[in-house]
Design a protein around this ligand. Structure first.
Ligand code: GCU
Length: 873
């Protein structure tokens, strides 16, 4: 009977997927097992449960999950009322050592009154009720959980209430994936701090709060300077995060607004905390250092008594309303923010002021180490100037000066979330204070969710990085969990920036990064490959073809993005305004510098001849980075300044490697389109189309990157591409070379972001422009690719005619669809490609494009390409 039901459910799979449920869809599991091979209880017994308790949430989640996956409704009872029907005779206190039968289990017969319950609760309450029945679980730590499946019960028990919820999510995830069901499973988090940072502003997008470096719409927390009335999305977010083991969310931007501490906002924050609480998520708050001044004090000096009293008082007020508040996040003396140094105090003085206000309440202050002083940098004049060295200069000497509820939150690399950086040396300097790794899930420099870049592998590489401290094996994860320096554990914080968009991050495929982050923060030994497969099964389905296709795209995506943007440890050559499109020239001497000169490139960070950053690592690592031959190719230009003709370990020269990488990377992502199309029938239509349009955008933008960077180096070095590709585009017609009527030539800045350095724009903001060309390519079928600029100042419309026949049309409305930081200029960030397939032409045919401007977006065009089958250009 159950099997038939499952079959019916599986056939009716066509549920529209908007992405909101992410990996918690609870779709029917694989058909390869029969239903009685799934450990599905006959009812739920919930041990300690008030409505706001994560244990209650856990029971509801299991009910909902089983209903959704198997169509089975389960009753929830408390242990008292169902006591006589639970057979505890087989529980001998050795459940762990004595795994029970293999599946399918021998279950109680249907005609007995005995039940097969799932018992959910904390270890303590379970032991009170069923003394002596559990194995020794003293190793189970806060937030940890224990699952035991036997023929008399399914036990899902947490060391604390949150642990019971985590255990329930694990159990449901196993069911949903149809993977093996271990009869006993115990899991502890590696660290207590598994936080998410949201960079949400109180104000911003019209009435709604914006999100700094967020690419998925407005804030789920704030509108009009206040906390939203409707916190449904906040609640759903908490559920999603709890399912991957996250235990706190800092809800407002690190560039904090002091208004967050107004009475009304504290009231609002308390409502967010109430929404989070059933999911075991604690609320954290970013604090503007000089808040006391905004509320009337003459100073924010951290040693001033009135200032201290002010912070103590406001902290007490917050805890009265939010007794479980996680703590504060502080960005001080960074990028123009005030901090203790502003008042001639030390960073430790600043951190301790917050720590002492929080201490009576058990709160933590996450004090950010992202501190540099751009005013002290003049890279043009000074060879040794380098932002990377500054953090250690600020923090050395402070170790041991901060209280133990201070955690120093350090970005993964010394610069700023670039596609590849060495792991920050600072982690090895701070031996006594607790530290946390800060990474980005939001893809600020990495394509802003319009490029797929699976970051699980990057996170893992960072966590595994061996600092070889004191010549021992010292992976970063061991430094963070406290083992390396024998101190209390710190943890992890990821800048996620989920927004109101139904996909949470603006792109379905970007969600694997959030999934991977949570799982790796819980257990850094998890395999990012396994994680992306699990995530795919839960998000898209179990079909091997889907899993392998998305796996393949995901695993090649970070290397591909690195290939077509910045190679060999060169930092991102992204434009300053949007962090989205290429602008390599701008970066030569900026704080994120390339030092790309005519004959040589890279930053010399050696002690011998450069900024000395290499010497900030423990000896073994310092020796490696100091030595140009020992430095891995992928970080060569981060640590060394070398001639373009230098041979890499791979045998290629630096310049040829740059050219090749850009072609290889852009080809890889071009191929994603076909790969994605191959699973069309297996994916929800809405999701399919959404992902497809983004993959097309990515493929086009990767070419913009490829050409901009390659042309830049080609022009700069005058070293030809051995393969003759750079600057050679036989299938293109430049817009500026077409017959123009109502269009004028526009010099694009930076020139490398347009093919040939120029494009065209309409000569007026109101009148249509026409560009026409007679085709000289051989007769045949082509893909017609058109590169245009989608500027945020309007929505132009373009129409293509072939021999006067309307052939294609599109609108420049990407700013409403793509979510990346829109560009107000014609440049590499607005450069976009659209492709139309199956266009048949013959020599002498006339192609005409009519561009209708909209406001300041004057229907700009760059070039068109007629691409024979198999050619990408
Ligand atoms: C980056 C980012 C800023 C952010 C800063 C930070 O520089 O572009 O928006 O404020 O990091 O982490 O503080």
């Amino acid at each position: 009977m159950r099997c038939v039901f499952l079959l019916i459910m599986l056939c009716g799979l066509a549920i529209a997927e908007d992405g909101l449920k992410a990996w918690l869809r609870y779709a029917p599991p694989p058909m390869s097992r029969s239903l009685n091979e799934y450990p599905i209880p006959s009812r739920i017994v919930v041990l300690n449960s008030t409505m706001s308790s994560p244990v209650f949430t856990a029971s509801q989640e299991v009910v909902q999950g089983i209903q959704s996956m198997f169509g089975i409704s389960l009753d929830v009872d408390d242990a008292e009322s169902i006591q006589s029907r639970i057979d505890t005779s087989k529980w001998h206190g050795n459940l762990q050592e004595n795994p029970f039968e293999q599946f399918p289990l021998r279950l109680p017969k249907a005609d007995t009154t005995q039940i097969w319950p799932a018992i959910i609760g904390t270890i303590d309450v379970f032991e009170e009720r069923y003394p002596g029945k559990l194995p020794d679980l003293t190793g189970l730590q806060p937030d940890g959980f224990y699952i035991n499946i036997s023929s008399s019960a399914i036990l899902i028990l947490g060391r604390n209430e949150r642990g019971a919820l985590y255990g329930s999510f694990k159990y449901l995830s196993d069911l949903a994936q149809g993977t093996a069901f271990p009869t006993t499973h115990m899991s502890n988090p590696d660290v207590p701090i598994r936080w998410v940072n949201q960079w949400d502003n109180l104000h911003g997008r019209g009435r709604q709060g914006s999100i700094e470096r967020g690419y998925a719409g407005a804030s789920i927390f704030f509108e009009n300077g206040l906390v939203r009335d409707n916190l449904d999305r906040a609640r759903q977010y908490a559920r999603l995060l709890a399912s991957i083991g996250i235990n706190a969310v800092v809800v407002n931007n690190v560039n904090a607004d002091s208004g967050i501490l107004s009475d009304r906002n504290i009231e609002g924050l308390a409502r967010i905390a109430d929404a989070f609480r059933p999911y075991g998520i604690q609320l954290g708050i970013s604090c503007y250092f000089a808040s006391p001044e905004k509320y009337g004090l003459p100073t924010a000096d951290p040693l001033d008594e009135d200032v201290i009293a002010w912070w103590n008082n406001i902290t007490n007020v917050i805890y009265e309303r939010i007794p479980d508040m996680a703590g504060y996040l502080v960005k001080a003396n960074s990028e123009g923010q005030p901090g203790p140094l502003t008042y001639n105090r030390t960073l430790a003085d600043g951190a301790n002021m917050f720590a002492r206000a929080l201490r009576p309440h058990g709160g933590t202050v996450m004090f950010r180490a992202f501190i540099y002083d751009a005013s002290k940098l003049n890279l043009k004049a000074n060879w040794r100037d380098d932002r990377a060295v500054q953090a250690a200069q600020f923090f050395d000497g402070l170790d041991g000066m901060v209280d133990d509820n201070v955690v120093i939150q350090i970005k993964n690399g010394p610069i700023d979330f670039q596609v590849r950086e060495p792991v920050s040396s600072l982690f090895s300097h701070i031996r006594r204070a607790r530290t946390a790794l800060e990474i980005q899930v939001t893809q600020e420099y990495l394509g802003q969710q319009c490029h797929i870049v699976y970051l699980g592998s990057m996170y893992k590489e960072i966590m595994d990085f061996d600092f070889a401290v004191d010549n021992t094996s010292a992976p970063l994860s061991k430094i963070l969990n406290g083992q390396q320096f024998d101190r209390k554990a710190g943890g992890y914080a990821a800048v996620v920036n989920a927004g109101l968009d139904e996909t949470w991050l603006g792109s379905h495929l970007a969600m694997s990064n959030l999934y991977a982050y949570g799982h790796l923060a819980w257990n850094p030994s998890r395999d990012p490959e396994e994680l992306v497969r699990d995530w795919t099964r839960l998000t898209f389905g179990h079909d091997e073809k889907i899993v392998e296709t998305i796996f393949d795209m995901s695993m090649t995506s970070w290397p591909a993005f690195e290939n077509y943007t910045a190679n060999l440890g060169l930092l991102s050559m992204v434009d300053a305004a949007t962090h989205f499109g290429p602008d390599p020239g701008y970066r030569v001497h900026s704080a994120i510098a390339t030092r790309a000169y005519k004959g040589s490139i890279g930053i010399d960070r050696t002690v011998d001849n450069g900024s000395g950053y290499a010497g900030q690592y423990p000896k073994r690592i310092a020796d490696m980075y100091e030595n140009v031959d020992a430095t891995p190719d992928e970080l060569l230009l981060f640590f060394h300044h070398v001639p373009y003709t230098r041979r890499l370990h791979s045998g290629s020269t630096v310049i040829q490697r740059i050219y090749d990488a850009h072609y290889a990377g852009s080809q890889t992502v071009h191929d994603y389109i076909g790969k994605w199309k191959s699973i069309k029938q297996m994916v929800d239509v809405e999701q399919y189309e959404n992902v497809l349009s983004r993959l097309k955008f990515q493929a086009g933008h990767a070419l913009v990157w490829r050409d901009a960077i390659n042309n830049y180096f080609h022009d700069l070095t005058r070293i030809p591409d051995e393969k003759g590709r750079v600057g050679n585009h036989p299938w293109r017609i430049e817009a500026e070379d077409m017959d123009l009527d109502g269009y004028v030539i526009h010099e694009v800045r930076p020139a490398v972001s347009a093919s040939g350095g120029r494009g065209i724009v309409t000569s007026s903001t109101t009148k249509m422009g026409i560009a026409a060309a007679t085709i000289g390519f051989p007769a045949g079928e082509y893909a017609l690719a058109i590169n245009y600029f989608d500027v945020a100042t309007g929505c132009s419309a373009w129409q293509v005619f072939l021999n006067d026949q309307p052939t294609a049309q599109w609108a420049g409305d990407g700013e409403f669809k793509l979510g990346h930081s829109p560009s107000r200029s014609i440049n590499g960030a607005s450069a976009t490609r659209i492709t139309f397939s199956n266009i048949t032409v013959a020599p002498g045919d006339v192609l005409r494009i009519e561009g209708t401007p909209d406001g300041q977006e004057m229907a700009p065009l760059d070039y068109i390409s007629f691409l024979p089958l198999g050619i990408v250009d």
